[in-house]
Design a protein around this ligand. Sequence first.
Ligand code: SAH
Ligand code: SF4
Ligand code: F3S
Length: 473
Amino acid sequence: MVARIVAQLRVARIVDHNWSHHMSHNLSHNMKYFIQTYGCQMNYSDSERLVTVLKKLGYEECDHYSKADLVILNTCSVKQNADNRIYGLGEPFAELKKKNPKLKIGITGCAIRKCTGIRGECKEEIFRRMETVDFVFRIKDLMQLPDILRKLHHVEGANEIKDLLHYFDINPTITNIAQVFIPIMDGCNNFCSYCIVPYARGMEESRNIREILDEVEKMAKRGAKEINLVGQNVNTFKPSDVDSKSDETPFTQLLRKIDKVNGIDRIRFFTVHPKDMTDDVINLYGELKSMVPHLHLPVQSGSDAVLKRMNRLYTVERFKELAKKMRKRIPNISITTDIIVGFCGETEDEFMESYNLIKDEKIDLVYVSKYSERPGTSAQKEQKDDISDDIKKDRFERITEVMKDVSHEYNQQFLGKTVQVLIEKVDKGFASGKIPEFKVCRFPSDNQNLIGEYVNVKVKKAMEWCLDGSVAS
Ligand code: SAH
Ligand code: SF4
Ligand code: F3S
């Protein structure tokens, strides 16, 4: 049960997920697709655009890759094990291809850097490592997918897609109206020493405010109440249609406009970088109706020395100051973070600084990662991955323990209170979703119509991962 709840808690962030669309309009042939998405919200959102293209080509969704004629893996390469999971699929795919000669395998996402094309046409490393892969495409070349599939599967259509300038211009096929992810920018210029993202996704590119607002408005008309804005470093959002006379940052201008969209009353964003978070964004908390009492502020380490080796360009003091300013505006705000344990040369004392930061700053949810060396990053070239797996594992577990204590204590404030839950899922007799503070809350129900709706729930039990309650009368 706990595992299921934790999995659900993570869904907003790390998605590894089976699609569940059952609609299709063009049944001229019965080609079936299956998309497996790994990684962060950016990939989740990209897959929603990918679905639109496949549906336009007449493919129908199916619920397992063994039934599909087309399998697309949308990959993440932030850690080694994410890469390994993809390579592990080589053999099962070879078996499936024996049973279904029509089956084609495509790879996109952060593992694809160099080119877009079918086997033989382009030289991506993955063709060599996985013989079963038929084609690859960089997600920014999504507009070329119809051409690739015309060659491989003789499907036609989606001509309007080919002429688009950017894949963000493709309308997403929303998976869950309670979890709407809207990309505002792509890429990252920061080059934290451990991180593959700037290599995988390239340099920062922002969408225009008008385009983003159009998408938000469309979602609001379809019943969305909460919007998750996605970008690797949302504070450096730089659209070309910004009001240059304003003293406020473009990100603040965007938040003010989204706040005015009818029906939207919760905005979250992933991710803020502590070096770039500005006071004008902080000042919106408590001012705009839709700023939820939750901020994800990835710190990565509680040690200044480690932050320096990570090239994070801020100090722990800066993180603490930001947390203090946030708490001055919203005393009970939930602050969540990311921590990497076992980074190059991390001593026990340096680790304890991370441990104590979580405890002292009452960080009530931590996404902990064991450091994983990534080829091509500056840490891989210039530092040594010298912390053993056992130590990494031990530190991972200790951070998880302290985080559980903090969350458990934080969650007690909801006991006996009525909270507003935006229902994401109704499964096995429970409806569940998030409260504004980003906690999962569930209550007994089988009513599928609740998905995307608010329900007021009286909390009867407050555990570290989840609040349990019943519909408030
Ligand atoms: N832009 C975000 C992070 C995106 S990557 C930020 O700056 O915080 C998501 C998370 O994966 C990171 O926050 C980090 O905790 C983790 N991560 C990234 N590279 C990693 C690596 N090489 N090993 C382990 N964890 C890593
Ligand atoms: Fe990676 Fe750093 Fe960019 Fe985040 S800010 S995506 S951790 S390089
Ligand atoms: Fe992974 Fe790419 Fe996101 S590497 S974490 S899917 S930006």
